[in-house]
Design a protein around this ligand. Structure first.
Ligand SMILES: [Zn+2]
Length: 419
């Protein structure tokens, strides 16, 4: 089974937009109501039985069961009789709001933190349509229950053999999107380790360095757009809250964030495809970048979004039938890739120069090579059973990208090989 998510821009007209916003509000109220039920139940069990609980706790009878998912879903039809507004939303969409709460609740139970919160106005940003009897997407429209056809920009067709399973309608920076979940009934073969290995080291001074000697300069999206963002945010801070002008300015800020986000993602995808063009196995460090984002260079770490890049690399590798694995990140920059000796160097030393065997190269390339060596060792010892790939013929994304050996930089020349 192969599942993909394609996102398309949709253009609802004024009445449709109004209806969608209203549905989100109704779903939000259902979500909050269900959460209140859970919270009341928890509060009533907090207090010891011989203490006074008149002050804080709600008293519910002791044999009252926890309001679980099934119970709350079964209560929805009853609630609809009391609050006719609830019936405006398609019933499955409303059910998804309650299900979403219980997914959050179960996740909280597993981890032990992250109690679900009430959603304020505007915090409920998407609607999930979980089921369709027939294909809702045509070339020009997407057809949703109770709302009719909404114009869609089908910038890439849904590939043959795929069936639309779910549709999520999202609102981002005043633009509407439909994330279409499609499935194809094919079996995916297990992938055996093969071909040319590449170790990838990411960092701030070079966005990435591979073991083959490719260096990519860091993109400075955020830096170049930061001045603009600062200006817009300052203007926003001077508007009166909840006023018309505040709302207009807020949308401007949100749009800029949206642009930065898309530019960065585009860059990440291009780099990931370039890596897959260059090799068959991609190894990266298993660092938790959230920790380094707390340091002095935090803003730049967040701007580069290495975590997102790793996720995208994994996805692209999976889609193109390449292997992607994470290796131990400890001391990758302090080791010689040729002889394995420890070569201490701090951040200011940019060149790796091994006193033991005389191997000399760029610092980041050296750590890329160390990562590659560790990756090969990882594969030969542990094996990579269970890694799946979709390398079948005629699937989306394969034929387009293979013709290009090196990713196109956005502006000017950023990719060069140093030897
Ligand atoms: Zn050496």
């Amino acid at each position: 089974m192969l599942t993909l998510n394609y996102r398309y821009r949709i253009y609802p007209d004024a009445t449709q937009e109004q209806a969608l916003i209203e549905w989100m509000e109704i779903c939000r109220s259902a979500y909050n109501y269900a959460l209140r039920e859970i919270k009341d139940w928890c509060d009533s069990r907090k207090c010891l039985i011989d203490r006074c609980s008149l002050e804080k706790e709600y008293i519910l009878t002791a044999d009252l069961k926890f309001p679980n998912e099934v119970y709350q879903l079964n209560n929805l039809p009853l609630a609809k009789k009391k609050f006719p507004k609830l019936s405006e939303v398609p019933s499955q969409v409303l059910q998804q709001a309650v299900k979403q709460l219980h997914r959050g609740w179960e996740y909280f139970q597993e981890r032990g933190f992250g109690f679900p919160r009430f959603k304020k106005y505007g915090q409920f940003k998407s609607l999930l349509f979980p089921q369709f009897k027939k294909n809702p997407v045509t070339n020009f429209h997407i057809k949703l229950p109770k709302i009719g056809a909404i114009p869609i920009n089908l910038h890439r067709p849904i590939p043959l053999g795929f069936v639309v399973k779910q549709v999520r309608i999202m609102r981002k920076a005043d633009k509407w999107y439909a994330s279409v979940n499609i499935q194809c009934d094919v079996s995916i073969p297990d992938l055996m380790p093969h071909g040319h290995p590449i170790g990838v080291d990411v960092g701030l001074s070079k966005f990435l360095a591979t073991s083959d000697g490719v260096l990519v300069k860091p993109p400075k999206f955020f830096k170049s757009l930061q001045g603009k963002l600062k200006l817009l945010q300052r203007r926003l801070s001077r508007k009166q809250k909840r006023s018309k002008n505040y709302e207009k300015q807020r949308i401007k800020v949100a749009r800029l964030h949206h642009t930065i986000d898309h530019t960065r993602k585009d860059f990440h995808f291009k780099q990931a495809h370039a890596l897959c063009d260059a090799g068959d196995m991609v190894f990266m460090e298993d660092l938790d970048y959230r920790i380094s984002a707390k340091g002095m260079l935090g803003k730049h770490m967040l701007d580069a979004a290495f975590g997102q890049f790793r996720t995208i690399v994994k996805y692209v590798c999976w889609k193109r039938g390449k292997i992607c694995a994470e290796v131990d990140a400890r001391g990758t920059s302090q080791e010689c890739p040729e002889c394995g000796a420890e070569v201490r160097k701090d951040l200011s030393i940019r060149i790796h120069n091994c006193p033991n065997c005389g191997f000399q190269t760029d610092r980041d390339i050296a750590s890329g090579q160390v990562i590659r060596n560790r990756g090969i060792a990882l594969i030969s010892t542990a094996g990579l059973a269970g890694i799946e790939s979709a390398c079948a013929d005629g699937l989306p994304g394969i034929e387009v990208t293979q013709s290009r050996p090196v990713s196109k930089p956005r502006k000017g020349k950023t990719r060069k090989t140093s030897k």
